[in-house]
Every structure is written in C-alpha cells, then in structure tokens.
Design a protein around this ligand. Structure first.
Ligand code: DGL
Length: 259
C-alpha cells in the first residue's frame, strides 16, 4: 500500500480525459498531471524526439515521487512505452486506440480511426490493426489540426467543425458503424462528433480501460492506496495553464511549471 501519487502526462491538455476516468475510479489517490503543451503536438514529431520528451516528463514525475506513471497519450505510448519500461523501474500504463472492440462489434465491417500521424505510423499500431482489423475496411484519418485547436483553447469553434467535417466525411461515405478515438484529446470533441456523425455510429475511446488497468496494476504491485484520504490533485502546464484549467473544475489547482 502506498500513498505516493499517480503520475500522468500527455503532450498537452488532452490526457485530462484519462485523468478524469482514473480519478473517478480511484478517488482517494493523489495525482500529478503534466501537460507538456510547450511541445505539443507530439503527433508530428519523430520517434526519437517523442522518446526524449517522454523521458523528460517521466523524470519529473519520478522526482515528485510518483509510484506509477500513466502515459495518457496514444502517440507517446505507441512510440515510446517500450523504451520507458526498459529504462525505469516504475510501472507504466499506456493508451492505444481501441481497434479490437470496434473490429469485434462492427456490423457494417467498416470502422473509422481518428488518431495522430505519429500513432498511425507506429509499428505498435500496425501490429494491433493487422491482428484485429485486417478483415475490415479501416478508414484512418490523422486528425490534422485538431490538437492544435484544442491546445489553443478553440475546442468549440467554427474552425473545429470544419476540420472535423473534413476528417469524418470519408468515414461517413464508407458507412462506418464505429469510430475509434485514438488520441486522448479527442473525447473533448464528443458533442461535435455526435452532431456530425449519423446516429447509428458508435464512438469508443480507451479512457475507462486505462483507469481499470491502472487499478489492476496498483493492486497487483501492492501500491494501491487503501486509506480513505482526501486526495491532492496537482496539474502543471508548461505553456497554457488557462487552457488546462478550462477543461477542469473551478476548484482544480493548475500551475505553470517550466519543464
Ligand atoms: N494526446 C495525444 C495522443 O493521445 C497526442 C496529441 C499530439 O500531441 O499530437 O495521441
């Protein structure tokens, strides 16, 4: 049993969608969230650079005594988690696009995947996609422009709607019945996605599964906090604390930190 915090990082503010699931499932755990917005988006960067940034984030969370690290970013997970696991002793939980459940449940045999270029071009994504979805039509879109707008605080804007229309139209034309959100920023698009997509299209993301896996690994490693304490929830941004705060509750303590 450990009362040390769970560390969570993302290239920016999007991983708060994962933090929310973790906090809901483990309400007594202290958490520290790092939004590396200064270096967002990771999705256009090469693998080596992504690994370097992930190591920087990890080391800061380790300095802050985190007992487990959640890589709340599909791009970082698919490009760097193997190196992180080989380089540090702390357990890591990653997030990957939920292709498997979509492929298993699709009736139209066409699914859409919205993720970053970095995720879609990764070896890990290719492996998972070939394993579970090779019998389906998979419409992949690299979500160009979406993360930039969210990081700029323009989530609910006419520009976002046009960008989404461009990405979703080929999926609608291909008659998808599942859309997989393969980037932790994208759950924030839910209201607009529901508005644009035909009603029968189901949208899935991996946030709840990541929270369940976090709990399972904390339990297995005997690091789960079993005391009913009021948790300390810390959030740090190295670029736009205001945007980070806008996605959290009024009471969330968000600070600027240079990292
Ligand atoms: N939130 C990140 C993800 O899940 C990536 C966004 C980016 O930095 O490109 O992929």
């Amino acid at each position: 049993m450990s009362t040390h915090p769970i560390g969570i990082f993302d290239s920016g503010v999007g991983g708060t969608s994962i933090w929310r699931e973790i906090h809901a499932l483990l309400p007594h755990e202290h958490t520290i969230y790092l939004a590396d917005s200064k270096h967002a988006p990771y999705g256009h960067k090469g693998k080596e650079r992504i690994i370097e940034l992930c190591k920087k984030n990890t080391e800061l969370l380790l300095e802050k005594n985190c007992k487990l690290i959640v890589v709340a970013c599909n791009t970082a997970t698919t490009n760097a988690i193997a190196v992180l696991r080989a380089s540090y002793e702390v357990p890591f939980i990653g997030i990957e696009p939920a292709i498997k459940p979509a492929a298993l449940q699709s009736k139209s045999k066409a699914v859409g995947i919205l993720a970053t270029k970095g995720t879609l071009s990764s070896a890990l994504f290719h492996e998972t996609s070939n394993l579970h979805a090779s019998h389906l039509t998979v419409i992949e879109r690299d979500g160009e422009g979406i993360v930039e707008l969210i990081e700029a605080g323009r989530l609910d804007s006419p520009e976002m709607r046009s960008v989404l229309n461009v990405h979703l139209q080929p999926m609608i034309d291909a008659n998808i019945d599942y859309l997989v959100l393969g980037c932790s920023h994208y759950p924030y698009l839910m209201p607009m996605l529901l508005d644009i997509l035909p009603k029968h299209v189901k949208i899935i993301d991996s946030g709840a599964a990541v929270a369940r896996q976090t709990k399972a690994i904390l339990t297995k490693t005997k690091l789960l906090n079993t005391r009913l304490i009021r948790p300390k929830l810390e959030f740090y941004s190295n670029a736009r604390p205001d945007v980070l705060k806008s996605l959290l509750s009024e009471r969330a303590k968000v600070e600027y930190l240079d990292f």
